[in-house]
Design a protein around this ligand. Structure first.
Ligand SMILES: Cc1ncc(COP(=O)(O)O)c(C=O)c1O
Length: 362
C-alpha cells in the first residue's frame, strides 16, 4: 500500500475560476497562465479545466510543446520571449507568439530566416523594473520591429508590480497609456490582481494566473471565497499514528511544542519532502475529517503532528487536509497555510513535490 498522501486537481474548479476571470473583463480575451507547470498543477492535468481560455501563456519552449501535444491549436505566448536565436525556429514551427522585452531579442529576430512572420508582444517596463523597454525607449523598439519582415503584428504589453496592494496600478497605467496612445495593436496588461481589483480600460488580453488556481492575489485583504474563486488543488493525507501527551511532553524535532495539559496528537503522513512548508509553526490550520484543528511542533521530512484533543472520533486513518477541500466539503484555503509559513499560495502550489501522487477530479 502506498503512503496515503494524495494531491487532487479539481478541473471543475479550474473551469469555474477561468470563467470568473473572464466575467471580470468581459470584452477581453483570456490567457490562461500555465508557467511553472500550471502553477504546480501539471499542464496536462489542468488542460481540460483551462481549454476554454483563448490562449496559453508560459515560459518554457518545452511547456509550449506540451500544450501543442495536447492538441491546442490556438495562441500560445512565451512570457519571457526567446532566450537564444534557435528558439525562433521552434516559434516558427509551433506557431508561438513571443514577448520581446530587450534589444538582444530584436537582434536575434533580425537574423532569423522565416517565411511566416511572427506575432510579438512588445513589453514596456512601466515601473516593475524586471523586463521591458523603458518608456523613453519603447517607441524606438516598436519602430524597429515594425520595419522588420520577420514580424507581422505587434501587440503591446506591460506588467503591474502593485495591483494587489495599496499603490495600485495608477502610475504604471498612466505611463503605458501615454506612451502607447497612438500605437496600433492589441494590449495586454492585467494579471489576476489587476483583473479583480481594478478597472483596466486598455485590456484586449488579460493574463490571470493565481486566481485561476483558486488563490486570492491580495490575501489576507480578500480571501479566495471573497472573490468567488474555488480551490483547485487539495493536498490530503491520513493519520498514521496517535500519541497521548501529558503536561511537559513535547512533539517532534527540537521539542518545539510542549504540552501544558493532557493532549491527543495525530501524526499525519505529510512533511516538507511532500511540499508542505517546513516554516509552518505550531498552530497552522489543518482539517481532520473536515474539522479545523492545528499543527503541533516542527514539520519533519515525512510527517507532521496535529492536535486531536478536541476530536475524539479522529484516529488512525482519519483524513487530514493540508489545504484544499475535505471529503465533507469543508475548505482550508491554501492562502491561510501559506501565510503561516510567511509566504504565498503561489509558492505552495508550485512546490508540490514530485513524490506526491496526483489525481484529477472533474
Ligand atoms: C507577465 C506575467 N503576466 C501574468 C502573470 C500572472 O500573474 P498572477 O499569477 O499574479 O495572476 C505573471 C505571473 O507572474 C507574469 O509574469
Amino acid at each position: 500500500m502506498p503512503r496515503p498522501i494524495l494531491a487532487t486537481i479539481d478541473t471543475t474548479a479550474l473551469r469555474h475560476n477561468l470563467a470568473r476571470m473572464r466575467a471580470c473583463a468581459q470584452d477581453a480575451r483570456v490567457w490562461a497562465i500555465v508557467k511553472a507547470n500550471a502553477y504546480g498543477h501539471g499542464i496536462e492535468r489542468a488542460y481540460e479545466g483551462l481549454r476554454a481560455a483563448d490562449g496559453f501563456a508560459l515560459l518554457d519552449l518545452d511547456e509550449a510543446e506540451r500544450v501543442r501535444r495536447l492538441g491546442w491549436r490556438g495562441p500560445i505566448l512565451l512570457l519571457e520571449g526567446i532566450f537564444e536565436v534557435r528558439d525562433l525556429e521552434l516559434c516558427s514551427r509551433l506557431d508561438l507568439w513571443h514577448t520581446v522585452h530587450c534589444d538582444e531579442q530584436i537582434d536575434m529576430l533580425a537574423v532569423h530566416k522565416t517565411s511566416a512572420p511572427h506575432r510579438v508582444f512588445l513589453k514596456m517596463n512601466s515601473g516593475m523594473n524586471r523586463l521591458g523597454f523603458t518608456p523613453d525607449r519603447y517607441r524606438a523598439a516598436w519602430t524597429r520591429l515594425n520595419a522588420m519582415p520577420q514580424v507581422d503584428e505587434i501587440s503591446l504589453m506591460t506588467h503591474f508590480s502593485d495591483a494587489d496592494g495599496e499603490r495600485g496600478i495608477g502610475s504604471q497605467m498612466a505611463v503605458f497609456a501615454s506612451v502607447t496612445r497612438d500605437l496600433p495593436g492589441e494590449r495586454s496588461l492585467s494579471n489576476s490582481a489587476a483583473t479583480l481589483r481594478h478597472q483596466v480600460p486598455l485590456s484586449d488580453w488579460i493574463r490571470p494566473g493565481i486566481a485561476v488556481y483558486g488563490s486570492a492575489p491580495d490575501f489576507p485583504l480578500h480571501s479566495a471565497a471573497d472573490w468567488a474563486l474555488w480551490s483547485t488543488m487539495t493536498l490530503a493525507t491520513r493519520i498514521i499514528a496517535t500519541q497521548h501527551l501529558v503536561p511537559g511532553d513535547s512533539v517532534g524535532y527540537g521539542s518545539a511544542f510542549v504540552a501544558d495539559s493532557a493532549m491527543r496528537v495525530g501524526i499525519a503522513a505529510c512533511g516538507y519532502a511532500d511540499g508542505y512548508p517546513r516554516l509552518c509553526p505550531s498552530g497552522t490550520p489543518v482539517l481532520v475529517n473536515g474539522v479545523r484543528t492545528r499543527t503541533l511542533g516542527r514539520v519533519s521530512m515525512d510527517m507532521l503532528a496535529v492536535d486531536l484533543t478536541a476530536l475524539p472520533e479522529a484516529g488512525f486513518g482519519s483524513e487530514v487536509t493540508l489545504w484544499g477541500r475535505a471529503a465533507s466539503g469543508a475548505v482550508l484555503g491554501i492562502d491561510e497555510v501559506a501565510r503561516s509559513a510567511g509566504t504565498l499560495g503561489y509558492e505552495l502550489m508550485c512546490a508540490l513535490a514530485q513524490r506526491v501522487p496526483v489525481a484529477v477530479q472533474d
